[in-house]
Design a protein around this ligand. Sequence first.
Ligand code: CA
Length: 219
Amino acid sequence: MKILVIEDDTQLGEQICTALEGTDWVPELSSDGIDALYRATSEPWEMIVLDLGLPKIDGLTVLRGIRDAGIDTPVLILSARNTLTQRVDGLNAGADDYLTKPFDMVELIARIRAQLRRSSGNPSPVVQAGQLSLDTRTSKVFWQGEQVSLTALEYKVMAYFFHHADRVISRTELVEHIYKQDFDRDSNTIEVFVGRIRKKISPTIIKTVRGLGYQLNAE
Ligand code: CA
């Protein structure tokens, strides 16, 4: 799950990214308004965390730009601006949630998780697909009620399939969403992950759609 973290305080931005990496997410940091708006509108993200006081373009303008571009990715504003008017302005500009600084990382993660659940159409923290379930709070996967032991990357792949269970996902898309941008990406490794997941869960859990990619098949 790719998350764009827009924060010009690089120390804080890096702290946030480190905390998000500890979950099944792939955070990337942007530290000015122009870069943020460009990246938010030109790359796919599952979630955007947005600071308001930014160099070059203000955070609220970035947010309006994202919504004007027709992008409905959940946006959580993370800002020291904490008056009622400022919070209302942020939500009215198209934010889905608003957390004021100083904040606790645990709360930020819980709020992102809640947004991701909502955007995937699964309001419960435990998402179910056929005989497969995934507990997004503990990053655990269960098949027919038994816990499946997955590595962090295998879990990322499964979480992505769950989040987009309704469609076929190409290898390129998977690579983009499970590795950081600067990582040496190789789409052949996806085949290896899918092979391992099939071995651990069931040979038919992920079906190959010829020429297109893969789709979750948890019936
Ligand atoms: Ca700032």
